[in-house]
Every structure is written in C-alpha cells, then in structure tokens.
Design a protein around this ligand. Structure first.
Ligand code: GTP
Ligand code: MG
Length: 181
C-alpha cells in the first residue's frame, strides 16, 4: 500500500460513557496523562520520522457532543483505520462494542481495518479479553485488540503502532468473495 497519510479515527460510545478517546490521543502526544481534556482533541498529524512505520499519521478524535451524525459518517468514510474504544471497567461499554462494529462496518462503505481498544486498564485487575475475543473472532475486519491505560501510559504507543500496521500490513483478506457485486 502507498505510504500516504494514514487517518486514524477514534469513535466511541453512543451514550457518553467517557471511555477516554480524547485522553488517549493527548497522552500519546504529550507523553503524560492530562488531568483535564476538551471534549474533542484537535486533529493532529504525527510526522513520519517519529512514528514506528515512518509514515505521517493523521489522528481524528470524535465527540458525540460536538459533532453531528453527518460529520461522523464523513470521517468514517475517509478513515484508513478506526479504533473502537471501550472502557475495561465498564461492562456497558464492552457490550456496546458489537453494536458499534455493525454500525461502523455498514457505514464505512469500504473495507476498513478496525482496532478494539480497552482503555483504563489501570482500574481493573482482570482482563476484558475473555469477553472481547469471541467478538473479535466474529469480524474479519478487526485487525487486533489491545488493552491500555491513558493514565499510566501503558500500551499507548503500541496502540497507535498497531493502527499504523493495520493499514500498511493488513492481515485480513484483501479480497472477499461476498463483496463481489
Ligand atoms: P467524550 O469525548 O465525552 O465521548 O469522552 P472521551 O471518550 O473522549 O473520554 P475522555 O478522554 O474525556 O475521558 C473521560 C474520563 O475518563 C476523564 O475523567 C479522564 O480523566 C478519564 N480517563 C481517561 N483515560 C483514563 C485511563 O486510562 N484511566 C483512568 N483511570 N481514567 C481515564
Ligand atoms: Mg472526547
């Protein structure tokens, strides 16, 4: 694939469970956890020379409070990869992952790799993987899943690396017979 700007989009919760999308972006950029964050992070392009895959990476946050559905659809249709964030300490946000997946796959109109991101790992002792893996196995669009914490900076750079990798070296099928016609 051509090494052009990669667009990473964060999309989350339908009913504002504050899973930490904005905090994840700000933690990546400033390398520290921000005590206060705006509803939506400003769009930012990480220069190629500081990314592991050496490709400029454009990160787009999503805020249900600040953006219309129409804006969301437009961003989804432009994205090269979408990170779906849930909060590992919030069962409801985990349950919503399947619903979001269906919506995103329907809306994207093209095959876009998805990353499942379980944030706030600092708040729990147990992993959410047991719940997430069966979901992951149902959707070939999901490239990988990762648990992380914006607060203690755990797996933050890894998360963005996985997103880059999903675009540059996708493991999913390039051709799906069902998509024909
Ligand atoms: P909306 O934009 O309203 O949809 O929320 P969001 O998904 O952008 O979440 P945001 O980054 O605003 O974080 C919501 C709350 O969770 C804030 O109080 C953050 O400080 C907190 N938070 C975010 N990430 C973490 C984390 O990794 N651990 C803990 N303990 N708290 C976090
Ligand atoms: Mg936000």
């Amino acid at each position: 694939m051509k090494k052009e700007n990669i667009k990473i989009k964060t999309k989350l919760n339908i009913n504002k469970t504050k899973v930490g999308k904005t905090s994840l972006i700000m933690s990546l950029v400033s390398e520290e956890f921000p005590d206060e964050v705006p509803l939506r992070a400003e769009e930012i392009t990480i220069p190629a020379d500081v990314t592991p895959e050496r490709v400029p990476t454009h990160i787009v946050d999503y805020s249900e409070a600040e953006q219309s559905d129409e804006q969301l659809y437009q961003e989804i249709s432009k994205a090269n990869v979408i990170c779906i964030v849930y909060s590992v300490n919030n069962k409801k946000s985990i349950e919503k992952v399947s619903l979001l997946l269906n919506v995103l796959i329907l809306l994207s109109g093209h095959r876009v790799p998805l990353i499942l991101v379980g944030n706030k790992s600092d708040l729990v002792e147990h992993s959410s993987m047991e719940t997430i893996l069966p979901i992951m196995n149902q959707y070939s669009e999901i490239e990988t899943c990762v648990e992380c914490s914006a607060k203690n900076l755990k797996n933050i750079s890894e998360l963005f690396y996985y997103a880059q990798k999903a675009v540059l070296h996708p493991t999913g099928p390039l051709y799906s017979p069902e998509e024909k016609e």
